[in-house]
Design a protein around this ligand. Structure first.
Ligand code: IMP
Ligand code: MG
Length: 172
């Protein structure tokens, strides 16, 4: 474990089990529908690919990249890489790494909702409710976490730690 990781919140095994549970539920809920997984770059990539492998349905995957304008500009989000696929009439499931204040997701849902998908839901690996400002409905949540900055399994601190197989807390 790197020196500056002070705590492991979820082990590789715990994550695998939880991802399987979510994938089972999704496989039931999306039977006979046109499922599109929209993975938000870069944080959700590890989660999205593991989840997709466990979903026993035909599906497509697409990727969206956004950037937000730093502190004090909450809610100002810009698409830096858009979807390739037309989502009109399809059942879109947004895959996120973590929902914190909710500003990013609110923007995403508004933008994607405007493209007339048949349905639009959210699957997030982590939910940090203590810091939520925008109230949003999250259909699938992997784990609720305390008010600590987390890294690993896709999540970064200044672009580091994404490749750790577990989710941990770094020294502030
Ligand atoms: P929100 O708009 O405040 O909900 O911010 C969500 C985004 O901030 C996530 O998609 C992450 O990219 C990033 N983020 C928030 N908290 C953490 C964290 O603890 N570790 C790594 N990234 C985080
Ligand atoms: Mg993110």
């Amino acid at each position: 474990m790197p020196d500056d990781v002070v705590e492991v919140l979820f082990t590789e095994d715990q994550i695998r089990t939880r991802v399987q549970d979510l994938a089972h539920r999704i496989s039931e809920d999306y039977k006979d529908r046109r499922l599109v997984l929209v993975s938000i770059l870069r944080g959700s990539v590890f989660f999205a690919t593991d989840l997709a492998r466990q979903i026993e349905l035909p599906l497509s995957m697409d990727f969206l990249s956004i950037s937000s304008y730093g502190e004090g500009s909450e809610g100002v989000v810009r698409i830096t890489k858009d979807l390739e696929e037309n989502i009109a009439g399809k059942d879109v499931l947004v895959i996120e790494d973590i929902i914190d204040t909710g500003f990013t997701l609110k923007y995403l849902l508004r933008t994607l909702g405007g493209r007339n998908p048949k349905s639009l839901e959210v699957c997030t690996l982590l939910d940090r409710r203590a810091r939520r400002i925008i109230d949003l409905e999250l259909k699938y949540v992997g784990f609720e976490i305390p008010d600590k900055f987390v890294i690993g399994y896709g999540l970064d601190y200044r672009q580091r730690y994404r490749n750790l197989p577990y989710i941990g807390v770094v020294k502030p």
